[in-house]
Design a protein around this ligand. Structure first.
Ligand code: C5P
Length: 217
């Protein structure tokens, strides 16, 4: 019997959107379904890894055998990742993290006063979770995702270098959010390779094989 590809490895992932409150009943989010991240978590567990999934709000079931930590905001996702990152062999950042949060979120529900009155929202930047992990002195092998709408080959290679990570996975085309299928382009120091359109679970298993090969090298 062949040993599993990620046997004995510890894997930490982020997945899904974040939710940034405006007031107790409103907020800002995005169209990430979490499907790609959950599929990778499942594939990593199938490959023998001990998997922790830090997840924004999704409607998905926790994959079998995966430890899941639920968060809402980017700051909470950052804090949960930093609390879990020690001793991890691999970090896969799949979440669509909000770049900004509302600086003046209201503790009370905002009320419509009169026709002329509209609330003003101010924003502050959220921490870049992937960049923070990639800058750790004892960092795990870091994999990032990119959802570029055009010129993926150029931006993907540039983003990998900017984020200072060994592997960046680009979604080919911007039609991935919410879908069951996807197509990926892998960027590493050697160049890029395409994983043609397939359902996300199939792609996740292929990606885990690609990652395991690089981890073992
Ligand atoms: O720079 P950009 O947002 O396109 O980078 C996307 C990658 O960075 C994804 O892997 C995403 O999960 C990660 N990211 C993060 N924290 C942020 C923003 C992005 O971990 N605040």
């Amino acid at each position: 019997l062949q040993p599993k590809l990620l046997a004995g490895r510890r894997v930490l992932l982020t997945a899904g959107p974040t939710f940034e409150p405006i007031d107790p009943v409103r907020g800002i989010t995005n169209l990430s379904s979490g499907k790609m991240g959950y599929a990778i978590a499942r594939a990593a567990r199938e490959a023998g890894a001990e998997v922790t999934l830090v997840s924004g709000p999704t409607a998905l079931a926790t994959p079998y055998g995966v430890r899941r930590v639920d968060v809402q905001t980017a700051q909470q996702m950052h804090d949960a990742v930093m609390a879990q990152v020690a001793g991890q062999d691999l970090f896969v950042a799949v979440a669509a993290v909000a770049d900004w949060r509302v600086a003046n979120a209201s503790a009370q529900k905002l009320k419509k006063q009169n026709d002329a009155d509209t609330p003003e929202l101010h924003f502050v930047q959220n921490p870049d979770i992937l960049a923070t992990v990639a800058a750790l002195p004892q960092r795990p092998y870091c994999v990032g995702f990119a959802a570029e709408s055009e010129n993926l080959e150029h931006y993907g290679a540039a983003k990998r270098i900017k984020k200072n990570i060994p592997l960046l996975v680009g979604n080919i085309g911007h039609q991935t959010f919410g879908r069951d299928d996807n197509a990926l382009m892998l960027f590493d120091a050697q160049g890029h390779t395409a994983l043609p359109r397939a359902d996300k679970q199939t792609l996740a298993r292929q990606l885990v094989r690609e990652i395991a090969r690089r981890l073992a090298a």
